[in-house]
Ligand binder design. Structure first.
Ligand code: NAD
Ligand code: UGA
Length: 439
């Protein structure tokens, strides 16, 4: 089978690599010529563990190729996946212009039956718009070609994307034709052999499932952050409370880690878009509005702790920062909490010395030379008045506390990810401030 994937970003590249890995012939398309040239030269535009090896291996086998030419790519293909971005519009709704542009391109160039699958995260009703755009283009050409549309939202997490795609908790497919169902069943067969289920449903329910999943996960995070803030006030320890509630299997241990607010390219925009969909339908999603409001405040919590520590005068203070990406194992900085925290520090007159294992090139796009960057985590601490931990990279978990004490002007840590034990930090001689524990 030959398939085409349009949009070669985080989702498109992982989807393309994983389908080619199981022997499917995949062409990935993008309008970004530089990105495609780089990919054809083995240069992968994102940091995602395991992706580079998988892409080069399948390119060498001749099963995976990259092009800007959608017309060529569509020849002999039966399935087209749309995996372009759906960024937030000014009013918070998902901007569908890239999705619709791909649908139009498809209608312009397809010559035979095609199943057009939306993998991008799109609001309820988008598949109808895709269908309409394809049909309009076919009509312009007087072409009488059959096609189906389907919704196949993606649930991968950055940093664990390959594993999530190869061993999914579930695959959700919304469709309305038997031909589409047969095609999707055979495409996903290699991934379902070990018991990973495909859940078939109608298109609207599949579109809603994606937003409901992200909204539920974001809700867990804002809930635990809200409780963490209360723990600080009443003298409870969120780390203990988290374990205490997580061992109830109805609640579960995952996604209840307190921190500095959820970031990334998905939760913030998808929560906003779902609130927007609701209001367009005259419904008030009150819980999600609160989730969003809590998250906005949570992004300020660590800055406020640092600011209070220095009695509201950060002018000339030097802050060492470990971690810039929105989570570990990725260089993605979209909506990263580090953006708001560092911008607040800079506005207050502080000097920022930053280290991240992979996100420094990305961070330079955001901060330019307003902060300094270091190749070594300890160098970022030289002459710093404190350390702020903004991403829980594994290499920060067992550092040399001795070196840190020597380098910092005063051994003080503001940990936005609760990666250390408070008692141990006391023994090591640190003043240690984290989230949800009164110090
Ligand atoms: P991305 O920004 O990394 O990539 C999108 C790509 O689409 C870009 O390379 C862009 O050049 C290309 N593009 C735009 N218009 C095009 C066109 N007309 N023709 C061809 N290419 C075009 O985006 P992403 O992070 O991969 O996200 C894509 C979608 O998947 C979004 O809707 C997102 O919400 C959803 N999603 C993302 C993740 C994630 O972890 N990043 C996970 C699940 C779902
Ligand atoms: C998230 C979902 O987990 C994926 O299932 C989904 O496919 C994806 O969005 C999407 O739709 O694009 P991702 O944004 O890559 O994936 O990363 P997560 O691991 O979910 O983390 C998101 C944010 O929540 C991060 O800032 C992380 O630090 C924060 N988080 C996560 C917490 O603060 N606490 C937790 O317990 C878990």
């Amino acid at each position: 089978m030959k398939i085409v994937i349009v949009g070669s970003g985080y989702v498109g590249l992982v989807t393309g690599a994983c389908f080619s890995e199981v022997g499917i012939n995949v062409t990935c398309v993008d309008i970004d010529k530089k990105k495609i040239d780089n990919l054809n030269n083995g240069i992968i535009p994102i940091y995602e563990p395991g992706l580079e090896n998988m892409i080069t291996r399948n390119m060498d086998k001749g099963r995976l190729s990259f092009t800007t030419n959608i017309k060529e790519a569509l020849k002999d293909a039966e399935v087209l996946f749309i995996s372009v971005g759906t960024p937030p519009d000014e009013d918070g709704s998902a901007d569908l212009k890239y999705v619709v542009a791909v649908a139009r391109d498809c209608g312009k160039h397809m010559n035979d039956y095609m199943l057009i699958v939306t993998k991008s995260t799109v609001p309820v009703g988008t598949s109808k718009k895709v269908k309409q755009a394809v049909q309009e283009e076919l009509d312009k050409r007087n072409a009488n070609i059959e096609f189906d549309v389907a919704s196949n939202p993606e649930f991968l997490k950055e940093g664990a994307a390959i594993n999530d795609f190869l061993k999914p908790d579930r695959i959700v497919v919304g469709l309305d034709s038997q031909r589409a169902e047969d095609l999707m069943k055979s495409l996903y067969k290699p991934f379902t052999l070990n018991g990973h289920p495909v859940i078939f449903m109608d298109i609207v329910s599949a579109e809603m499932t994606k937003y409901a999943a992200n909204a539920m996960l974001a809700t867990k995070i804002s809930f635990i952050n809200d409780i963490a803030n209360l723990c600080e006030i009443v003298g409870a320890d969120i780390n203990k409370v988290r374990k205490g509630i997580g061992s109830d299997s109805r609640i579960g241990t995952k996604f209840i880690y307190p921190g500095i607010g959820y970031g990334g390219s998905c939760f913030p925009k998808d929560v906003q878009a779902l609130i927007r969909t609701a209001s367009e339908n005259n419904y008030d999603l009150k819980v999600l509005q609160a989730v969003e409001a809590v998250n906005k405040l949570q992004k300020l919590v660590l800055f406020n702790k640092i600011n209070n520590y220095f009695d509201g005068d950060l002018k000339g203070k030097t802050i060492g920062v470990w971690g810039l990406s929105f989570k570990p194992q990725t260089d993605d900085m979209r909506e990263a909490p580090s953006l708001s925290i560092i911008n607040n520090l800079l506005e207050a007159g502080a000097v920022v010395k930053a280290y991240d294992p992979v996100a420094i090139p990305e961070a330079k796009h955001h901060f330019g030379d307003t902060i300094s960057y270091f190749e070594d985590q300890y160098e970022a601490l030289i002459d710093a008045d404190c350390l702020a931990i903004l991403t829980e990279w594994p290499e920060f978990k067992i550092p040399s506390f001795k070196i840190m004490t020597k380098l910092l002007n005063k051994p003080t840590i503001f940990d936005g990810r609760n990666i250390y034990d408070r008692e141990e930090m006391k023994k090591e001689g640190f003043e240690y401030y984290c989230i949800g524990v009164n110090t």
